[in-house]
Write a protein of this length. Structure first.
Lengths: 453, 493
């Protein structure tokens, strides 16, 4: 097998075939994707027709394409909504170890809860096209913290505890606020800023508070009390007539929607005992929470379900990477789903560079007991619903954003490829910096590769 | 075997091979020096002062688990050696593959017949880059034993001396079909130390896992890690050029050390050289008995390492994390160097920026190539078949016609070559160790699970039978212990 022959032979038709399905077209034009196996997010339609126009889904059904519509032949293909990444760093971190390119974490103790990732997002990030080629079209970009990412890459943050500069928490209990983006090429990617607050619990949260879990819970409750005090006495605060508070004004403001139950709090927590405590804390404080991680969640699945608390899962965590996830199992997703918990499945390693592995993770959840339909929900409608975007994206239904992916086969299979991706009805270029590198070296010329594009 | 020059650490390997052979053929190691120039008689050195007197001081005690002769019938067999056999038969006798063929292949009388109709059979998966046992779960204080990050040259340390056999990750890897692993030191140092190749069997001791006769590997590291770790301490190396200077100084010293021992063995004159474990390992690289396993991301750095090897007269066996191997694929193939790669990992640091999913496919397309998919990760090692599938898909995306029977070699035969054990395992070929996985479905499917995993013909994991789902000592009595999740026992998690 020679590289040159593959370039001149089957390669280009194979690549271009997918693109040739669709001539470039404005998002406004009436388009029908016909004949495919349509996974709407909540149901399956064989030989379905998905009609889109003006960036939205017009209809999903089995009828013929409307007259005048541009027809995309998806016979033999699978059609899905674009996948929704959660706990993601897409657009907020370019190269993991290059600190200046990472806008997902902040260590200033006057800006913790108020840290807003939405200002640092880069629509030109080279992470976006790579994820898009994996079928990801929306992401909940979430501030990172020392307790994120799963046990295998856990950081030691234990020397940061206590009260720091200006009497403020150092670092704060809160990592900041998440934003929702779309992955559309060339446009404004911000869909909605400040959709959720983030706070680590368990070992990482305890480390912030001084080392012990009991300290963190006390500090957390005290902090929420301060926020309520501040909210009732803003005028006094501005006159400096209120007692000293442990958060900056910006952080106090940012937490008001949290204490009022309007903004969900993403709680990173792993141990079953900690999950139980966090559920109680949320109930007592009237805070709406989303569990993140929850590796031991299956042990308390009924309690999570009863509290109607959704969970963001890294389904591949099945090892006792640290002492707070000794009960980690691949079957966690299956057990939680069976108990009625709304789950979303993450991509790999912070859903940034490896966000595209979200679909494989969903497939692995299936091979470990999660029903296929539930796995599809966990990467489409569920993440949208968890973040208050029900019906706006993550599902093929009338009125939703026309985020559509045409797959060569079952989207959860590594051997399947995304052949066409639409975001808000716009057809996306099927390339990436990685593909450019690939093509440069897969097609050697007489001049050095630097001369090829 | 008898024609080797027997100097220095090469004795270690020959002796180990002989010991390995002992277990099955009863031959003795007593004549293993017959090809060398007869040394002049002299008194033996005190114990431990002459590597030749005890070249294998921490010998394997591996013994296969109980086993029976069998024939696996009816499956689609991917042999690892390039064949795909529908409705195939794999005959295992005394722990070895004794026949592989189509449905007509005779099953010897007395062999148990394993019905694998509708399923797939492959060689056991081999992971060339693992830190199981040395960076075990739980990754807590007291258990982080993978990087002797105290000096840029720690060629004297051996990963096997850090290996904790109770790491639960060995069990989950086995449930993913992994039958052989190379456990390596980390990449903080230019010379991280010796790796060890193990059979993935539950064992109380490291020695009980050690692959009999497998050559040692020497972990070397290029690039960002050594210069970051030591530059951050305001010591050398702080740069790429400091890295190169460090390798060169070490091999100059190793050449001199080797010459001193060679001379002393030759003429027996004067005092023997003082044994130096660091230089002894490098001497093993120089005489070819220890295989260089070189963490090296960038193409330009690989090219310099290849020149370094020429400068000092040694071979590089494999580049690990070879992110940019696709930029140098013809050169790697010509030099006979394996490229051990990921498919999906990229962008976590500068030297990982140019990773592409089609890396393995492009490397593999060269004549005489050696493309390997590896993990470096306790999670990924459980799904190397899927990592290979994603690489296969990336190759097919650019029109490369790669059959599955070829791609399966990326996680079986090629990694065996990368570890110098391809004569022992890595493919379903007559005479090899019966390291076999029966998959529930095509292993390139995300839904495929390893149903049964055999090592040397012994059943070591059975997804349907809790009696063959080992759990480590660490796992006993921990949260969740003994509770089935979604009707699945802990051992098949």
């Amino acid at each position: 097998m020679r590289l040159k022959s593959l370039i001149l032979g089957a390669a280009l038709p194979a690549i271009l075939g997918a693109l040739a399905l669709t001539a470039p077209a404005a998002a406004q034009s009436l388009t029908a994707i016909t004949g495919g196996r349509v996974l709407t997010g909540t149901s399956v339609i064989e030989n379905g027709t998905v009609v889109i126009q003006n960036g939205r889904v017009v209809s999903v059904g089995t009828g013929p394409a409307p007259s005048g519509a541009r027809v995309i032949d998806a016979r033999g293909k699978t059609v899905t909504p674009g996948f929704v990444a959660v706990d993601s760093g897409l657009g907020g971190s370019e190269i993991g170890s290059v600190r200046g390119s990472d806008d997902l974490s902040n260590s200033a103790n006057s800006i913790s809860a108020s840290f807003d990732v939405s200002y640092g997002l880069d629509p030109w990030s080279f992470t976006l096209p790579v994820a898009r080629l994996g079928g990801v079209t929306r992401a909940v970009v979430t501030p990172s913290h020392a307790g994120g990412g799963g046990g295998a890459h856990a950081h030691d943050d234990s020397d940061f505890a206590g009260v720091g500069h200006a009497g403020l928490q150092s670092p704060g209990l809160f990592a900041g606020q998440a934003a929702i983006i779309d992955l559309g090429q060339g446009g404004e990617i911000l869909v909605q800023p400040r959709v959720a607050m983030v706070a680590p619990f368990g070992e990482a949260g305890a480390g912030i508070a001084g080392g012990a879990r009991g300290a963190q819970f006390v500090q957390f409750k005290e902090t929420l009390a301060e926020v309520r005090l501040y909210a009732r006495n803003r005028a006094a605060y501005d006159r400096a007539a209120l007692r000293d508070l442990s958060l900056s004004r910006a952080d106090l403001e940012a937490l008001i929607p949290v204490v009022e139950g309007r903004m969900p709090l993403i709680v990173t927590v792993r141990r079953a005992a900690d999950i139980r405590q966090v559920l109680r804390l949320a109930r007592e404080e009237g805070v709406k929470i989303i569990l993140d991680g929850a590796e031991e969640g299956w042990l308390v699945a009924e309690e999570i379900a009863a509290a109607r608390v959704p969970v963001l899962l890294d389904v591949t965590n099945n090892l006792p990477s640290n002492l707070e996830m000794r009960a980690a199992r691949m079957q966690n997703a299956a057990v939680l789903d069976a108990a009625g918990v709304v789950i979303a499945i993450k991509g790999a390693e912070g859903s940034t560079h490896r966000a595209r592995e979200q679909r494989y993770n969903a497939g692995n959840a299936v091979s470990h007991g999660l029903p296929y339909a539930a796995a599809i929900r966990a990467i489409t409608v569920n993440p949208a619903r968890i973040f208050g975007m029900d019906g706006r994206f993550g599902e093929l239904r009338p009125g939703a954003a026309a985020d559509v992916v045409v797959w060569s086969g079952d989207p959860l299979e590594p051997l399947s490829l995304a052949e066409a991706v639409y975001i808000d009805g716009e057809e996306q270029p099927m390339t990436s910096r990685q593909f450019l590198l690939r093509d440069r070296y897969a097609r050697p010329g007489t001049l050095p590769p630097a001369y090829s594009r | 075997m008898r024609s080797y020059r027997l100097t220095g650490a090469s004795l270690a390997v020959l002796s180990a091979l002989a010991l390995g052979a002992c277990a099955t053929t009863g031959s003795t190691a007593g004549d293993s020096s017959s090809g060398a120039a007869a040394p002049k008689p002299r008194e033996a050195l005190a114990p431990g002062l002459d590597v030749a007197a005890n070249p294998d001081p921490y010998p394997s005690t591996y013994a296969a688990l109980p086993r029976e002769n069998m024939a696996i019938v009816g499956a689609t067999v991917l042999t690892g050696a390039g064949q795909k056999i529908d409705n195939g038969v794999v005959v295992v006798t005394d722990g070895r593959i004794t026949a592989v063929g189509g449905a007509q292949t005779p099953v010897p009388a007395g062999h148990r017949v394993v019905d694998a109709r509708g399923r797939f059979v492959t060689p056991g998966v081999i992971d060339t880059h693992s830190h199981l046992g040395v960076y075990p779960s739980p990754g807590v204080t007291g258990m982080s034993d993978g990087n002797e990050a105290t000096s840029p040259n720690t060629a004297q340390v051996w990963a096997e001396h850090s290996l904790w056999p109770q790491d639960p990750g060995f069990n989950t890897a086995r449930a993913g079909g992994v039958t052989t692993l190379q456990i390596l030191p980390g990449s903080a140092n230019l010379f991280g130390g010796r790796g060890v190749t193990v059979r993935n069997v539950p064992s109380i001791t490291m020695q009980g896992m050690k692959f009999p006769g497998a050559p040692y590997g020497l972990k070397m590291a290029c690039g960002e890690n050594p210069s970051r770790v030591y530059g951050g301490r305001n010591s050398s190396p702080a740069t790429g050029m400091g890295n190169m200077a460090g390798y060169r100084a070490a091999f100059i010293a190793a050449r001199e050390y080797k010459a001193r021992w060679d001379k002393w063995r030759e003429d027996g004159q004067g005092s023997p050289p003082t044994r130096n474990l660091q230089l002894e390992t490098l001497t093993g690289v120089l005489d070819g008995s220890i295989l260089v396993q070189n963490h090296c991301y960038r193409a330009d750095e690989m090219a310099m390492m290849m020149d370094l090897a020429t400068e000092f007269g040694f071979r590089i066996t494999a580049f690990h994390h070879a992110i940019e191997a696709y930029k140098l694929a013809p050169q790697l193939a010509r030099a006979g160097i394996c490229a051990d790669m990921w498919t999906g990992w990229w962008g976590f640091k500068m030297e990982a920026l140019d990773a592409i999913e089609a890396n393995a496919a492009i490397v593999d397309a060269q004549p005489n190539s050696c493309a390997v998919i590896h993990s470096d990760d306790a999670q990924l090692t459980q799904r190397l078949n899927q990592e290979a599938a994603a690489a296969l898909a990336a190759g097919r995306r650019i029109g490369m016609d790669i059959p599955e029977e070829r791609a399966i070699a990326w996680i079986t035969l090629n990694p065996a070559r990368s570890l110098g054990i391809a004569d022992q395992t890595g493919s379903l070929e007559t005479g090899k160790r019966a390291d076999v996985v029966i998959w529930s479905a095509n292993p390139f499917s995300v839904y495929a699970r390893a149903d049964q995993v055999f090592i040397d013909g012994s059943l070591t994991f059975d997804r349907a039978n809790p009696a063959y789902q080992p759990v480590s000592d660490f796992e006993l009595g921990q949260p969740g212990f003994g509770i089935a999740a979604a009707n699945v026992d802990q051992g098949a998690r």
